[in-house]
Design a protein around this ligand. Structure first.
Ligand code: 3HC
Ligand code: NAI
Length: 706
């Protein structure tokens, strides 16, 4: 069975004494067990067959090899291992040429490095991205790459995980030739013939001299080590990569390989690897919303944006950057001028940093037009509304859009919280109305919540997913509710943080604990960055409908009443003197908190950082479970991707639902029940969480494609 499949994924063909070995394992020629067995068998055949004088290794389809088969990680290992295959290729006494098109990534590049000569098509992408999966190159990559191109460049590739094109790969010495004709197969074969004609020796990377200058290599490793400990912030594999390269310098090749294997296994077993691999598959899984399979997207050539404030301008930049023409509508000329200025500020910033030329800016701005008249939107295929967060204002805008837009135009709202069904209800074409919830800054942040109201047609949803692709965003399908997936969950864990602040933890301690967990910043820093006034307005709006029994912490309101909205006002939870962006703790804020504790009759107690995180995460996970339970998110992984791409959740933990599975749902539920003893209204266990615990199941079991 296995041998049949191995035959099927690896084809061989003898062409004038050269064995062309083609890996054909769609979609990306990953090196699963059948591929490994097939490659090994092919190289053994080449060794045994006297008519074979050289070998060309290549991949069928768009890619050479996309790497080890990521789906095998964490499962029992199957023989042969990839290092064995690579070693066997390198040991061949007949020259082996790798002919590379498309991706040669991770194990794919390692296979190529085990070959003796390398030629790549112009569009090839070579790289060692294992670090992004919590791993290190584990098939000889940490030993061969520095020997081939030196420690400095090898470390750069392994620690950044970046892809290099053929020209740069040639410059680095990673490959020998760039294919010129566009016919890689023919050129690979010709290269092998040329090597044979020239009696070129078998040239093994293990013997290459890239580490010959030992002092320079040592200096390169030391320089990077100092930087990595600082920059990799809690990541496990970068330091292991350094250790492996150190072994390449200090030890003979075969010993170095053993060190690499040991370090690779440590990475493979780490929860970070599991988190990062979960993130990798989840960000691909979210693209497969049901409507993308059943409906054909509408075409989008012209876009309108209503509102030129923070979000409207950011959305316009995202669209312009993707090459789309944008018409912006504002309520008056002064606001329109401000909207244009917001956009220009983004591009001027890039020019200031030398990342854009004035000519390029002028070319982009040619695609922009502005008006105060809605009629200018008559030709738009899609209009995105980003006006004030006010139902009446939005309904008035949609009435205008209904009046002027052509039939079939998609009418989208960027609302953060409002009921999109209610926005759609008043117009004649609710099937065209959808939520496109961008995150600030909209031209930078990758998340796009595609919010699906009741009456929207499937092709409109499919178009939203297509638009995300065009914009380079990660789309997550969300249902309509207050805050959709992300803001709804945020509101709950943010409330848990407020409870802890009133209960005795300082905002600075909470922020620190959250940063230690792996977030770039804590919730109070985030609030200072976004502006406390936004949450304040929402709280005031909801005051009338708030459950009077719910614990309500007034500290944020006390700060807002003083006009302390955060960075933009020079103070919030932190002090920002002289326009600084990093705040310092503020004794006045601590005094306000003390006074509020007294007013609320709370006797402050101390919290450990661990307890802070247990509560913070329990609140996040519980609401995540509710969101899945109610069908607002299709699966737990959609919650994970939302929190990873929109809210700074540390990627190496995979997202809150993945984290919950790793922590154990029984533990999480027990925490919630314990916290509920003090505040049963806030800490109500999600029915989904209870059900999973009762069944001994986990969130991962719900992650099949919906
Ligand atoms: N193993 C298993 N499945 C893989 C895979 C891999 N290495 N790479 C991609 N896939 C799957 C994807 O999950 C996706 O599956 P789906 O259709 O079911 O969702 C499918 O292949 C297509 O992937 P993309 O949508 O990403 O296709 P693109 O054409 O956009 O990109 C690619 C192709 C550049 C190869 C990209 O898939 C990629 O970057 N893959 C990962 C590369 C990587 O990290 N390799 C290192 C692996 S670790 C390793 O090699 C360890 C070794 O050192 C021992
Ligand atoms: P903003 O106040 O910066 O901008 C709103 C803009 O809309 C203003 O320029 C205003 O002149 C314009 N406007 C108001 N009424 C208009 C009308 N009738 N016609 C044309 N233009 C009109 O607000 P911001 O922050 O850009 O928010 C816009 C929307 O995006 C809101 O619904 C908000 O909830 C949502 N949002 C905000 C995020 C944020 O971080 N600021 C994040 C995601 C969504």
């Amino acid at each position: 069975m296995i041998s049949e499949l191995s035959d099927a994924v690896v084809r061989t063909e003898l062409c004038g004494g050269i064995l062309v070995v083609t890996l054909d394992n769609p979609p990306v020629n990953a090196l699963g067990v059948h591929a490994r067995r097939g490659l090994l068998a092919a190289i053994e055949t080449a060794a045994a067959d006297p008519t074979v004088r050289a070998v060309v290794l290549t991949g069928a389809g768009r890619n050479f090899i996309g790497g080890a088969d990521i789906r095998e990680f964490g499962k029992p290992p199957l023989s042969p291992s990839l290092p064995e295959v690579c070693n066997r290729i390198e040991a061949s006494n007949k020259p082996v040429v790798a002919a590379i098109q498309g991706a040669a990534l991770g194990g794919g590049l390692e296979v190529a490095l085990a070959a003796h000569y390398r030629i790549a098509a112009v569009g090839a992408k070579l790289g060692l991205p294992e670090v992004q999966l919590g791993l290190l190159p584990g098939a000889g990559g940490t030993q061969r790459t520095p020997r081939l191109i030196g420690a400095k460049h090898a470390l750069d590739l392994m620690l950044s995980g970046r892809h290099v094109g053929a020209a740069e790969a040639r410059e680095l010495g990673l490959i020998d030739r760039v294919s010129q004709s566009g016919d890689l197969a023919a050129e690979g074969l010709a290269y092998a013939q040329e090597l044979l004609a020239a009696h070129a020796p078998v040239r093994r990377t293990r013997d290459a001299s890239g580490l010959a200058d030992r002092a320079a290599s040592r200096a390169a490793i030391d320089a990077v080590r100092a930087e990595v400990s600082r920059a990799s912030r809690g990541l496990f594999s970068p330091l292991k990569i350094l250790d492996a390269v150190q072994a390449a310098l200090d030890q003979p090749f075969d010993d170095g390989l053993r060190v690499e294997r040991d370090l690779f296994m440590q990475c493979l077993d780490s929860p970070q690897r599991a988190g990062l691999v979960h993130a990798f598959f989840s960000e691909r899984e979210v693209l497969k919303a049901p409507e993308t399979r059943t409906a054909k997207p509408r075409s989008i050539a012209r876009v309108g944006v209503v509102g030129g404030g923070t979000m409207g301008a950011g959305i316009a930049v995202a669209l312009l950057d993707a090459g789309l023409p944008v018409t912006m509508i504002e309520r008056d000329e002064a606001s329109l001028a401000r909207g244009r200025a917001h956009i220009e500020k983004v591009y001027d910033g890039l020019i200031g940093k030398g990342r854009m030329t004035s000519e390029a800016k002028a070319a982009v701005m040619k695609r922009w037009s502005g008006s105060t008249a809605y009629d200018e939107l008559a030709a738009a295929d899609l209009v995105i509304e980003a006006v004030f967060e006010d139902m009446a204002v939005k309904q008035a805008v949609f009435a205008e859009l209904d009046r002027v837009c052509k039939p079939g135009a998609i009418l989208a709202t960027n609302t953060s919280y409002l009921d999109i069904d209610a926005i759609a209800v008043g117009i004649s074409r609710p099937a065209d109305v959808i939520g496109l919830h961008f995150f600030s800054p909209a031209n930078i942040m990758k998340l796009l919540e595609v919010v699906v109201p009741r009456q929207v047609s499937a092709d409109v949803v499919a178009t939203a997913f297509e638009l995300a692709k065009v914009l380079g965003k990660v789309p997550v399908r969300a249902g309509v509710c207050d805050g959709f997936i992300g803001n709804r969950i945020l509101a709950v864990y943010r409330t848990a943080a407020d409870h802890m602040m009133e209960g005795g933890a300082s905002p600075y301690q909470i922020d620190r604990a959250v940063r230690e967990f792996g977030y770039p910043m804590g919730p109070f820093q985030m609030s200072d960055l976004a502006g406390g006034d936004i949450g304040w307005a929402t709280r005031k709006r909801r005051a009338a409908t708030r459950d009077p029994r719910a614990r309500y912490v007034q500290i944020p309101d006390r700060l807002c009443e003083r006009g302390w909205f955060g960075q933009k006002t020079g103070r919030g939870y932190y002090l920002y003197t002289d326009g600084q962006r990093t705040g310092t703790p503020d004794p006045d804020v601590e005094a306000i908190i003390d006074a509020e504790r007294l007013r609320a009759g709370v006797t402050p107690r101390s919290f450990t950082d661990e307890e802070i995180m247990r509560r913070y995460m329990a609140a996040m996970i519980n609401e995540g479970a509710n969101v899945v339970h109610e069908g607002i998110a299709l699966r737990p992984l959609d919650v994970d991707v939302t929190l990873l791409y929109g809210y700074g959740f540390p990627r190496y933990r995979g997202g809150p639902m993945k984290y919950a599975d790793q922590a154990g749902l029984t533990t999480v539920l027990a925490d919630i029940r314990r916290f509920a003893q003090e505040d049963p209204l806030f800490w109500q266990p999600s029915p989904l969480l209870v059900d999973l615990v009762e069944r001994g199941a986990d969130f991962a079991s719900l992650n099949q494609s919906a």
